[in-house]
Write a protein that binds this ligand. Structure first.
Ligand SMILES: Cc1cc2nc3c(=O)[nH]c(=O)nc-3n(C[C@H](O)[C@H](O)[C@H](O)COP(=O)(O)O)c2cc1C
Length: 342
């Protein structure tokens, strides 16, 4: 029998966001302790990859905030960020202390619809600007010029993504069309996406890379990147999580991303992450970009560094598009058997 508080901790953990709702964690619960491991089954991103560590950092942040809201509190111990054996443990001050997940942790979500152009007021933005975790910090882009430059660079990275077979397969494999597929509790429920009329059928049509490759000869990747940018344009601000590169640095960036996202959603602001630039920058480093895109991406990343006045050892971890929601989004599900007891 698992103690109610430990079930609550598991609920807080799995509410965390992850790239394409891949949920790259396996939770283990024992007396008063919860540990987050890398899942045994392979994931698109490896256990020590940047995107995985952002999610694991978000899981940790949910747990730290849940423990802090309970009487007695608890402690986070970071262990093995390279392999996730485990990534970290959290331990309650007392194994049977009462604990309930604060509602703002369960309410956080991604909204991929266009937002109203209402500016984010200073009383919301200013406290966020000063948030930090380790070497990770927050940069807010809100002027027309800043947003336009960021969107220009995003488009270049997005075009490259639609020309990369590996990324195409990952996206297509993560899409969930039928009620049965959605019930699996992972991946991207098609209803959570913002698609134009006919978009759903088009996505099915391009599932086969050979079709996408064929359409790309006529510039389909440009149209798809522009469609993505259209939503990015309907945004009041873009919040960047930046800082030094490294395993702990990515984990800390994930904690900060989640803290910012929780605060924005709780204040009534919609959020959608945009990982395309950091992903292309990781691919540049691991030399896994299609040859035809390398030069453009290198130039775009250099432009970003210049525009953000970023020193060589710093990077963009993730961007969050922020604005007032115009439509309530469908919420993503989670896999059900998310933890084991030892
Ligand atoms: C590292 C990371 C990268 C993500 N990248 C994107 C992205 O580029 N575009 C997007 O729409 N959502 C992105 N997301 C949001 C996830 O798809 C989302 O968190 C997941 O589907 C679960 O949904 P929820 O946030 O509503 O709980 C990202 C999330 C994380 C943690």
């Amino acid at each position: 029998m698992i103690h109610h508080s430990m079930q609550e901790l598991a609920r807080a953990a799995i509410a965390a966001p992850s790239a394409d709702n891949s949920q790259p964690w396996k939770l283990r619960i024992s007396e008063g302790q919860l540990s987050a491991f890398a899942p045994p089954e392979p994931n698109f991103f490896g256990p020590g990859d940047h995107a995985t560590l952002l999610s694991i950092g978000a899981v940790a942040e949910n747990l730290v905030q849940t423990m802090a809201a309970s009487q007695g509190g608890g402690q986070l111990k970071v262990r093995d960020l390279a392999r996730g054996q485990p990534y970290f443990d959290v331990e309650l001050a007392s194994a049977d202390q009462p604990l309930v997940v604060p509602p703002h942790i369960l309410d956080r979500h991604t909204n991929r619809h266009p937002y109203a152009s209402t500016p984010v007021p200073g009383e919301v933005v200013e406290p966020i600007k000063s948030l930090k975790e380790g070497a990770a910090k927050v940069v807010v882009l809100a002027s027309q010029g800043e947003l336009a430059e960021f969107i220009r660079i995003s488009i270049i990275c997005s075009e490259s993504r639609f020309r990369t077979p590996e990324l195409h397969r990952w996206l297509m494999d993560s899409l969930r069309y039928t009620a049965e597929e959605v019930a699996r509790g992972d991946g991207l429920d098609m209803r959570t996406l913002h698609l134009p009329p006919g978009g759903r059928s088009f996505m099915r049509f391009i599932k086969d890379w050979r079709r996408m490759e064929f359409l790309n000869r006529f510039g389909a990747y440009r149209l798809l990147a522009q469609a993505e940018a259209d939503v990015l344009r309907k945004t009041a601000a873009i919040v960047l999580i930046t800082g030094r590169d490294g395993l702990k640095e990515a984990f800390d960036a994930g904690r900060l991303m989640e803290r910012v996202w929780l605060a924005l959603n709780a204040a009534g602001w919609a959020v959608q992450p945009a990982y395309v630039i950091p992903d292309q920058s990781n691919r540049m480093l691991s030399e896994s970009l299609p040859r035809a895109c390398r030069e453009d991406i290198a130039k775009a990343l250099a432009d970003l560094r210049k525009f953000l006045r970023q020193p060589e050892q710093e990077r963009l971890h993730i961007a969050l598009r922020v604005g007032l929601a115009t439509k309530t989004p469908v919420r993503s599900r989670r896999r059900s058997c998310a933890f084991s007891v030892s």
